[in-house]
Design a protein around this ligand. Structure first.
Ligand code: FE2
Length: 258
């Protein structure tokens, strides 16, 4: 089975870039399932049913999220209702949405689990025991698990990769919007990367207009950020998974939107 995982899609430029690139991505990689982090798909912050719908239309099968998932109140019902979207499992119990979902791809049942880092991000429970609890819950219902670990620091991500090695097909980092150069299959058979990167404008600062980001750093005053829209790139990974749920390869995809 082949999985295409798309890094954080930022705003309309990210959605438009993905729409333009999707035919080429499909043709070249023939993924069995496309998973995308969509937590910044609405106006650069948050997700709505409409932006999620656009991603589903493009052929995204599962959307993962992170710290901006609750930005838009009108999405809460959608998060509860639609099993194709997940939010970090280690958020407070009872919050809208679910932390994991299962997709049936022919004979393979694939669990997609979303976790949030605890360093510099707010969570209800540490992601390490939460990962154990979630995997125990999924045990018997899935043949392979793909984890989106939405976290700030590379140290916490690397640690999670080791914690999950041999237990999941892939542990893929998101959130920083900057792709890292450490994609590899760990010794136990888990595909790992600290950060997949983003699908958005490379001309800005992690997705926002660079002059506004610089103004914010220069003045330390509140600044209204707009989504940068030039030079959009697709940051993704392709992961091949064996029938036993272990990964055989992970390859980075870093291409300009056509
Ligand atoms: Fe994030």
């Amino acid at each position: 089975m082949r999985f295409l995982f798309i890094g954080d899609i930022v705003g309309k430029p990210g959605r438009a870039g993905l729409a333009a690139a999707m035919p080429e991505l499909r043709e070249k990689h023939s993924p069995d399932l496309v998973i995308a982090n969509g937590e910044n798909s609405a106006g650069g912050l948050g997700i709505t049913e409409k932006t999620a719908g656009e991603l589903f239309e493009l052929g995204v099968g599962v959307i993962t999220t992170g710290n901006h998932v609750y930005r838009h109140r009108d999405a809460y019902g959608f998060l509860d209702r639609d099993h194709r979207v997940v939010r970090p499992a280690n958020y407070p119990a009872g919050n809208p949405g679910r932390g994991a979902t299962v997709v049936e791809l022919g004979a393979m049942r694939v669990g997609v689990l979303n976790l949030s880092g605890a360093v510099q991000l707010r969570v209800a429970r540490s992601p390490v025991p939460e990962a154990d609890a979630q995997l125990a819950r999924l045990d018997g219902d899935v043949d392979a698990v793909i984890v989106d670990f939405h976290a700030e620091t590379t140290s916490e991500k690397v640690a999670m990769g080791w914690h999950l090695d041999g237990r999941v097909a892939a542990c893929l980092g998101t959130h920083t919007h900057v792709p890292t150069a450490d994609a590899r299959v760990l010794p136990g058979g888990t595909a790992y990367i600290s950060d997949v990167g983003m699908t958005g404008s490379r001309a800005g600062v992690i997705g926002v207009r660079r002059e506004q980001a610089l103004e914010s750093f220069r003045t330390q005053m509140p600044i209204k950020f707009d989504t940068a829209d030039e030079d959009v790139w697709i940051n993704a990974v392709v992961v091949d998974v064996r029938d036993d749920g272990s990964a055989s390869s992970i390859d980075q995809v870093l291409i300009p939107a056509p």
